[in-house]
Design a protein around this ligand. Sequence first.
Ligand code: NG6
Ligand code: CA
Length: 520
Amino acid sequence: MMKSAFLQLCFVVAGCSLSSSVPAAEANLTRLPNIVYIYGDDIGYGDFSCYGAKSVQTPSVDRLAKEGLRFTTAYCSSATCTPSRYSLLTGEYAFRQKGTGVLPGDAALIIKPGRATLPSILKKAGYTTAVVGKWHLGLGEYNSKADWNGEVKPGPLEVGFDYAFIMAATGDRVPCVYIENHRVVGLMAEDPLFVNYNEAYPGEETGVSVRNKLKMDWSHGHNNAVVNGIGRIGFMKGGKSALWKDEDMADQFTQHALGFIKRSKDKPFFLYFATHDIHVPRVPKPRFVGQTTMGPRGDAIVEFDACVKVILDLLDQLKLTDQTLVILSSDNGPTLDDGYKDGANEKVGSHKPAGPLRGGKYSLFEGGTRIPFIVRWPGHVQPGVSDAVVNQVDLAASLAALTGEKPDPATMPDSLNVLPALLGQSKTGRDHVVEYANRIALRQGHWKFIPPGLVQDQLGPWKQVTVDAPGALFDLSADPGETNNVAAAHPEIVKQLSAKLVSPHEAITSPSSQGLPQRL
Ligand code: NG6
Ligand code: CA
């Protein structure tokens, strides 16, 4: 199976000199590539130096861009984390399912065990699969609560991963512990862990009761449990031996990622490396503090880049670079003040976290979901820049195609095979993108249509603008910053796009640029 899939692959890979008559071994390509997916959190379109940032330098991300293909028009599937990650792993738009909004840390698993997922497909193709880092897709049985002191399941291992070293939700949500496979790491039976999102545990400090002693003050929310001197969302008590230290988190995740790569290097592996950086609370390791003039948000970008370096260096050392497909991206657009007083707004200076785009995290403007996206596979992906339109929801079908698997379209309804675009063989990908930030908007070709309603329009704190009927229409080719609403000048386009959005099914049943049926 693997070999025939591999041979098929060789027909489609750009720059691959292998023809049907050349045995795989002769081309020194005897196995499917490893896949490392590096997923930053809340990193915007303008946050890396290879995407134009000047106030922060990201040499390792830039190295990937130089050696790989840097996309200008790639999208995540939602302007917040949980729905984006849900779509990435399932190949289904999150807005189809209730309960896929930003989850609390005690939420049940929202991916049904047994359904086809990106990791389960790769596992079927022979890969060893791992998730290291932020999970945020719930843990435990539907309609019940996880048993933090026992086996924490179902979770990643039940939806296609062989190994997991994760945080349950976010850095700012309890429980503030790591979970390795089915167990909370470092928990002692005599000090059990309790978690709830409703009320404080009597006698436990909160971000309100000890506000003047906090390491980092909160600006909104984040005033429930206090862990490592930082207020969080949600309450917890006990489990003292298991509590994380924010300053160590990037190291913890990176070390576990390295361990997985070293253990798995002898056969194809898939690593989903989901960093906490640069989500709040931004508390980088001391050696990164002050590396930029932008305060913790800028320093966290430097920390993220250092984690990328460690992973790339290990691939070099193990001589795996040429046989590893590395994809680097972010789960949603950028934000400044996201609930802590870390100086992100005050110190941003001339830096533009979303680059030339309008809006950021939580927004239906382009800054919400258009994100950095880089693909490197030496010898197979020609280095350069691609304007092809791709969406992270497509990775499931595309990586399935790469590995010779054929997911059932019914189980991955929104994932398109855009492999030729990902590998730089095609200049086009999708012909449309459904953008999602609590409600949906549509990009079709160079047109962007936002239906009437409220749209988040700042990088934090919260500020919304109202889009009046019949909706806002932007010509992204002439106006990438979405400043000039041309709806009045193009009523027929507004009518057409708004009709498609009323029924998202229709929006996606038009044939794609690759002649494949587009499924929703
Ligand atoms: C918001 C939080 C924000 C962040 C976000 C989720 C408040 C006031 N704001 O509700 O800090 O945690 O949820 O971010 O609590 S995400 O990247 O995981 O989607
Ligand atoms: Ca996020």
